[in-house]
Ligand binder design. Structure first.
Ligand SMILES: Nc1ncnc2c1ncn2[C@@H]1O[C@H](COP(=O)(O)OP(=O)(O)OP(=O)(O)O)[C@@H](O)[C@H]1O
Ligand SMILES: Nc1ncnc2c1ncn2[C@@H]1O[C@H](COP(=O)(O)OP(=O)(O)OP(=O)(O)O)[C@@H](O)[C@H]1O
Ligand SMILES: [Mg+2]
Ligand SMILES: [Mg+2]
Lengths: 257, 257
């Protein structure tokens, strides 16, 4: 079946969009059919996938507001096997509009139901840096959760809050949600801090932490400016190789109970 | 009088907390009495100022929920002239609780009114990475806004959304709010991207962009782990010097109409 995976962490700038785009592209390269849904009104994942603003006619906002069938929102990217549902600034309105609706946490889950039989091996949900209704909708719609954690001191602070919210979602709307894995990002060998954060996270989460560690590289930060995932922008770079290695782990690792 | 300055940008990880803490500490070093209010439930600014979790008895949550007078929430830091009102994870509840209250956007503005005659030269409001009620409360309470922008491609995307919201706040709740300045952060000379982003932002915002550019340095990312602002953790570092230079600009620059 289709694996629906939320990429979330309310801490900002930890590499959620970069991971959804790069991991998606690396899995597409392996031959899997992949869809990335952009749930952030800033639309960074849409940009990272090369979808120009003027080409975002039907977006995830239209789908959530139940105005458009989801099949009409899926667009191809320049990469074979890789598709997207883009977002625009309009999505910021959805958080406010959803608050007063019935079963507002389940809007996305219902909307993406048809995707389960659309031939996608993976569907990634890129979340904004908050635990508001858009992220809650993603956690309610997904079976798995991948949490990027930056190798920085502040990154450790929000983990308790995130886990608490995951438990709330599991208890109230989605008992099947599983924290699949933690990916350490922006590892910088110039400082002991990176190593210390990795050790701390491994001590806390054990086997849930992927073996692959994503290094901080200039090429990864440059790729969005060209609207290309790293595997296309600089295929032989450390960034591309590390996301390929992560893709193999995600594709082959058995879920941890 | 007291200058009340919000530090906001809904893009995550751009250096909001690092700027509130470091700029606050550099101004305190110059002899100004400074207060930093942490409006992010993750409590990064509180940690960066060395306020241990067990010492956060009265927080900004208690103040917003109108249970505690603001004077009881102000705590000293280890740095002379530098004070804080810390936050904890409880603050995440405030966003939900505030939604149904009367004039919910003005809770903070009313609560901090007594601070205007408490001898602070500067009050910084560190915002979470979203445009929810906590950030709107900060924009409604402040007279000035400082926006940190990371020297990265994605950082340019959210600016339109931020400016639109600032205009909404100016039109509806706080006509006196002024976008004081933009501070470019995490400049990395190894990539042309940083230079290009700075040029683009200067083209768009002109004189509102501070001359001082904050470099990406390992020491700045290490300081929060020691609970010390950079001016204390490594006083001779490039990070400390750059925030001292920013402090001089903020303290002396006349507002731009
Ligand atoms: N491994 C890396 N090396 C260098 N730069 C990176 C890396 N991963 C991400 N970046 C850059 O760091 C910034 C933050 O990454 P990204 O936007 O993916 O994080 P995010 O968690 O999605 O942010 P937000 O919380 O705003 O949604 C971006 O400018 C991105 O290009
Ligand atoms: N100039 C810098 N050089 C190196 N690292 C930095 C710099 N400024 C901030 N950092 C680090 O980058 C990360 C993001 O910075 P910070 O947490 O201050 O951003 P923020 O905008 O407050 O994030 P959030 O959106 O989650 O509130 C932190 O780990 C911080 O220590
Ligand atoms: Mg993102
Ligand atoms: Mg912050």
């Amino acid at each position: 079946g289709t694996r629906i995976i939320a990429v979330a962490n309310q801490k900002g700038g930890v590499g959620k969009s970069t991971t959804a785009v790069s991991l998606g592209a690396a899995l597409a390269e392996l031959g899997y059919r992949v869809l990335v849904i952009d749930l952030d009104p800033q639309g960074n994942a849409s940009t990272g996938l090369g979808i120009r603003h003027e080409a975002r006619e039907v977006t995830v906002y239209d789908v959530l507001a139940a105005e458009a069938p989801i099949s009409g929102a899926v667009v191809p990217t320049a990469i074979p096997n890789l598709f997207a549902i883009p977002s625009t600034i309009d999505l910021a309105g959805a958080e406010i509009e959803l608050v007063s609706q019935f079963s507002r946490e389940l809007r996305l889950r219902k909307a993406i139901e048809p995707l389960r039989s659309a031939g996608f091996a993976f569907v990634f949900l890129d979340c904004p840096p908050s635990l508001g209704l858009l992220t809650i909708n993603a956690l309610a719609a997904a079976e798995e959760l991948i949490v990027p954690i930056q190798c920085e001191y502040y990154a450790l602070e929000g983990l308790g809050q995130l886990l608490r919210n995951v438990r709330l979602v599991q208890q109230n709307v989605n008992p099947g949600l599983r924290l699949d894995g933690i990916v350490m990002t922006m590892f910088d060998p110039r400082t002991k801090l990176s190593e210390q954060v990795v050790e701390e996270v491994r001590r806390f989460f054990g086997k849930r932490v992927y073996e692959t560690i994503i290094p901080r590289t200039v090429r990864l930060s440059e790729a969005p400016g060209f609207g290309q995932p790293i595997t296309v922008y600089d295929p032989r770079s450390r960034g591309a190789e590390s996301y390929r290695s992560l893709a193999l782990e995600v594709a082959t690792r058995k879920p941890i109970e």
